[in-house]
Design a protein around this ligand. Sequence first.
Ligand code: ZN
Length: 299
Amino acid sequence: MKQIEQDFKNLPKDRIAEFCICCGSKKLKNSPAVLMPFIAERVFNWKQIKIDKSWGLKTISKGQTYSICNTLMCSKCNFLFLDIRFSEKELSNLYTGYRNSRYTKLREKYEKNYKKRNTELIKGITYLDKVEEFIERNVKLPVSILDWGGDTGKNTPFKNNNKSIHIYDLGDSKTVKGAVKVKKSDLKNKTYDLIICSNVLEHVSYPSETLIDIKKNMSSRSLLYVEIPYEKLMIEINNKEKSYQDKRHWHEHINFFSKKSILNLLKKCKLNVVDFKKLDVPEGNFSLMQIISRKDIDQ
Ligand SMILES: [Zn+2]
């Protein structure tokens, strides 16, 4: 076991995070926030309810309940995150049957008009050409591709120019034409030219574990493409327009990365960054961070 991987493994994985999961620092600031009701019900089966006088409580005000939590911010790398770290079982409560009718129904209960948004999301991303353009700066096509958390493969790049596309995803959705679903056991002793990890790390409790798992399928020549949201709040915190205390609610994105924090995380996982880009997606009014890295061969 590599030293750095041990460093992460030795940190206590408590229900409530006590260290920065990007850099390991224990210097955390905290601020009260709420866990969005959809997440609270889907993950924990904690339903929102109205407290009225029938409860007979003397010291509690009447009104709508919310599940509370804390926003944490690492003083060292500005990583902003939800203090609750979901277990694998809880993450599976959230993501099994992702965006299917049951998911949508529950979400619509708490978030009006979600259904309409879901239809847009199911159509796929609008900036796939930009993703391909960025990756092509660093790779000669065609390549063998593993899309880690790639869902149906609809957002996988180079669908028309590849040696093969494998999708590793915990969900049960059918893949698009040309992509093949693989299981963890299929990945044993297998390496790929290009691994895609798009919009995954903001959802998981321990992104270092995901990256260390991915590395098992990388040779010294493999490239890893990581894509994560560059949340508006993080850009504004950087420009000192906002503070971590402005993060008052947590939804599916339980990790808000700063540039420093994602670079720290990759370094900790012994991945050498070869390219970085901030991509603005004007039609969606959001920004992303795109990073290409290689396995550190000196480890
Ligand atoms: Zn940190």
